[in-house]
Design a protein around this ligand. Structure first.
Ligand SMILES: Cc1cc2nc3c(=O)[nH]c(=O)nc-3n(C[C@H](O)[C@H](O)[C@H](O)COP(=O)(O)O)c2cc1C
Length: 166
């Protein structure tokens, strides 16, 4: 029997709970949303989202699933805010609106490979937001996020372009 899944745009809200802090180690700190078991959610995967914390909206990427590269417990919703420079969001109220499906969740052979994928996800999300939701994050903060991403991801994401062979 097919399980029903929520469709986009999908909104869910709750408190943020402490995670394993692996995201912070990778350079992608995440806020983990506490949600009731049995909630009807969109299919697991990685999404572009709008996050709202204390009335302020942020562009975000989130992973909903069992994070098989570093498994732990039940499925989680882990969100990385693209244009947020503040500290820990632990205990704050977070509202997430899933806007766009980017890709399925995957198991990576190493944390470096996961980090490279997170860099690519962020780049894809910034592109999507620039085209489809420029009102969500103004251009200045998207540009700041892109500059920060490049600094953080330089070693994990070699610049795209022709190979030595042409
Ligand atoms: C946008 C995004 C995409 C992610 N994609 C994957 C994935 O494909 N596979 C995976 O194992 N974990 C994925 N993760 C989950 C990370 O493994 C997770 O952030 C990590 O386990 C850190 O969790 P923590 O902050 O609770 O320690 C993703 C996380 C984010 C924010």
């Amino acid at each position: 029997m097919l399980e029903s899944a929520a469709s986009l745009p999908f909104t869910i809200a709750g408190a943020t709970v402490r995670g394993k802090r692996l995201g912070t180690e990778l350079g992608f700190p995440t806020a983990n949303l506490d949600y009731p078991p049995g909630s009807v959610l969109p299919p697991n995967g990685v999404y572009v989202a709008q996050a709202t914390v204390e009335g302020r909206r942020y562009a975000a990427i989130l992973n909903q699933g069992r994070h098989p590269t570093a498994p732990e417990g039940r499925a989680t919703i882990e969100t990385h805010l693209l244009d947020y420079a503040g500290g820990d969001l632990y205990g704050r109220h977070l509202t997430l609106c899933y806007l766009h499906y980017l890709r399925p969740e995957r198991r990576f052979a190493s944390l470096e490979a996961l980090k490279a994928q997170l860099c690519a996800d962020e780049a894809d999300a910034l592109l999507w937001l620039g085209v489809h939701a420029p009102e969500l994050a103004d251009l200045a903060s998207l540009n700041a996020a892109e500059t920060a991403r490049r600094k953080r991801c330089d070693d994990a994401c070699p610049p795209a372009g022709p190979t030595a062979e042409g």
